[in-house]
Write a protein that binds this ligand. Structure first.
Ligand SMILES: Nc1ncnc2c1ncn2[C@@H]1O[C@H](COP(=O)(O)OP(=O)(O)OP(=O)(O)O)[C@@H](O)[C@H]1O
Ligand SMILES: [Mg+2]
Length: 255
């Protein structure tokens, strides 16, 4: 994608941290605040292209705040640190610029737009470039959405709404998928259905960060795990290591 033609030309001259030069995604020394409330306290991690990373931690550890910082939402405000995606400085951008560059945030509330059908919700996410999957391709991969294309999006079941939220992200040409609690409030059988959709996303090689309270499910899907505690990274290693290490899970995860 030619960034110079989209108004998102990078303003930083060159990466100052080593990770930015090598990693596909790099969060470097992030500090962010809600007003004066200091929440993300020096978060660092890199992600290779195509990797799936589980971002875990207890309630209030700062997982959502970290995702929102990466997606460049207004809150929390990033006051220090750098975020690089495919050599582009996200930290210099606003949320719409980050979205245009390929950051796809699927928030906890799923953000389905009331008053619009499933199809209108999908079409609306393609209102501006970069366009990802066609609506036809989405329906092939999400037959439940195809069956309900004329139904109002907010009247879908929880699992179907989660499918629509992921489908809306794929309708754009994304480089980084950020999933905040995709299994939340869903019955185990529906969790399995969403898991297989995410397995499919993984096969496509889309770099993904998944935040989940259901850590075991997230770890099975992920290559790597990062654990946050009180706004700081306390573990960064393989997902298998966390599955094998009960002490670590007892200390930092509610499982
Ligand atoms: N809008 C806000 N204003 C002030 N403080 C906030 C705001 N949103 C979150 N916080 C605080 O930031 C801290 C981290 O919250 P965050 O939502 O990032 O945690 P989390 O790890 O996603 O937790 P959970 O697992 O419960 O979703 C918490 O102490 C929370 O109270
Ligand atoms: Mg959260």
């Amino acid at each position: 994608m030619d960034l110079t033609s989209t108004g998102t030309k990078p303003t930083a001259e060159k990466p100052v941290n080593e990770g930015a030069a090598t990693a596909f995604f790099s969060a470097w020394d992030l500090h962010s605040y809600y007003g004066e409330s200091y929440i993300v306290q020096g978060v660092n991690f890199d992600i290779h292209e195509g990797e799936i990373v589980a971002l875990l931690g207890r309630n209030g550890a700062g997982k959502t705040s970290t995702l929102r910082t990466i997606a460049r939402m207004d809150d929390p405000q990033l006051r220090h640190g750098e975020i690089w995606l495919d050599h582009q400085p996200l930290h210099t951008m606003q949320s719409w610029q980050a979205a245009r560059l390929g950051v796809g945030l699927v928030p906890e509330d799923r953000s389905i737009i009331p008053g619009l059908t499933v199809e209108e919700n999908l079409t609306l996410s393609q209102i501006a470039p970069p366009i990802g999957w066609s609506i036809e391709r989405i329906y092939e991969h999400f037959p439940r959405l195809a069956e309900r294309r004329m139904q109002e999006g907010v009247t879908l079941s929880g699992g179907e709404q989660q499918m629509l939220a992921v489908a809306r992200a794929l309708a754009r040409d994304i480089k980084l998928l950020l999933l905040d609690e995709p299994y939340e409030g869903l019955a185990p059988v529906i969790v399995h259905e969403i898991e297989s959709i995410l397995e499919g996303v993984k096969k496509l090689g889309i770099t993904t960060i998944i935040v989940e309270q259901n850590a075991i499910a997230a770890l099975h899907l992920s290559d790597r795990a990062i654990i946050l505690d009180m706004g700081e990274v306390v573990f960064n290693g393989s997902a298998q290591e966390v599955l094998d290490n009960k002490e670590l899970r007892d200390e930092y995860l509610a499982i």
